[in-house]
Design a protein around this ligand. Structure first.
Ligand code: FPP
Ligand code: MG
Length: 326
């Protein structure tokens, strides 16, 4: 079953709210290139995981204003979509979800403007909820966006850096991936009037889930076929990203020298045997173990929220992210 169906949330309603951000933008005509690019970008797919998390968070309170929850949910997708436009430029990725990336169809400069406009528009939208008691809204519009940028920056400054520690990798994954997910759950909860303790537990749950998600994504880069990935296996390492499987492989004395020899100047055919050696080592199993540890910690948090009927939705998220039954 799809995630939205398992959570009992209408994806069409989520999508309508996302489209409304463009539709009711008085500064940008619907027919303009900017609006059309944003619409195209948002229609190109995606599972809407982050908006769904906002709505799940709201189920831990009693929303007075459901419209606000939906707007926050839509805003979360806007931030995510904007970050992917920038990410594809930074990574020089020609494809997103099997389609040409925006910087390929529009050019880098135009795509940058679209991404910038989308993230600025979210700040504008959220500033409607500017009363002090609604400070949570800023978590989404500013704090989390800055964390995304910091995460990307950390990644960029540690390319081909084999001295990176596991703690630094986890920190970067929190910033780049986990904190937006965590903030979505917390913002949904706070916007629905949930208490701070519950909202903070939801934040921790989302953070653990997000870290595990990023770790799994990094494992998939080694395990999935190139057809499925849409890029050659081991692409992260080929681009200098020292992910968790690489860090565990570096602990193997036989593997470490060949991994350390990989630099921006190494030709692709010389990297192939390094990727194969990592795939055949125990690094992927160790990586999976750490990912599962985060899932276990997330499951413990669900236990602390078991008085809420919505804790079942957290179990759905956990199963979806971990592919395991709890
Ligand atoms: C995907 O990474 C990218 C992210 C999770 C975040 C990217 C964030 C920025 C570029 C900061 C700018 C943000 C805004 C809002 C303007 P990936 O390359 O590991 O995953 P992929 O395989 O999906 O590309
Ligand atoms: Mg990328």
């Amino acid at each position: 079953m799809k995630l939205d169906e398992a959570l009992g949330i209408s994806l069409r309603a989520v999508d309508r709210e996302i489209q409304n951000i463009v539709k009711y933008d008085s500064d940008v005509p619907r027919s303009s290139m900017l609006a059309q690019s944003i619409i195209g970008q948002l229609r190109s797919g995606g599972k809407r995981v982050r908006p769904l998390m906002v709505i799940v968070g709201s189920r831990f309170g009693k929303p007075q204003d459901k419209r606000k929850i939906w707007q926050l949910a839509a805003a979360a997708e806007f931030i995510h979509a904007a970050s992917l436009i920038h990410d594809d430029i930074i990574d020089n990725s020609p494809l997103r979800r099997g389609q040409p990336a925006l910087h390929v169809t529009l050019g880098v400069n135009e795509a940058l403007h679209v991404g910038n406009y989308m993230s600025a528009r979210v700040v504008e939208l959220i500033s409607t909820y500017s009363a002090e008691r609604e400070r949570y809204a800023y978590d989404l519009s500013s704090l989390v966006t800055t964390q995304l940028c910091i995460g990307e920056y950390q990644q960029l400054t540690h390319l081909y850096d084999y001295g990176v520690t596991i703690e630094e990798y986890i920190e970067k994954s929190k910033n780049k991936t986990a904190q937006l997910m965590a903030a979505c759950l917390r913002i949904g909860a706070l916007a629905a009037g949930a208490d701070d303790v519950t909202a903070d537990l939801l934040y921790s749950f989302g953070e653990k889930l997000g870290i595990s998600f990023q770790i799994r994504d990094d494992i998939l880069d080694f395990t999935q076929s190139s057809e499925k990935l849409g890029k050659p296996a081991g692409s992260d390492l080929r681009h200098g990203q020292v992910t968790l499987p690489v860090l565990f492989a570096l602990q193997n004395e036989a593997l470490a020298p060949m991994i350390r020899a990989v630099s921006a100047d190494t030709s692709p055919h010389l990297i192939d045997p390094v990727i194969t050696a990592i795939q055949q080592s125990d690094a992927l199993a160790k990586t999976e173990q750490l990912s599962n540890r985060y899932l276990d910690e997330a499951a413990d948090i669900i236990d602390q929220l078991s008085e809420y009927p919505a804790h079942k939705d957290l179990q759905v998220l956990l199963r979806y992210f971990g592919g395991r039954d709890h």
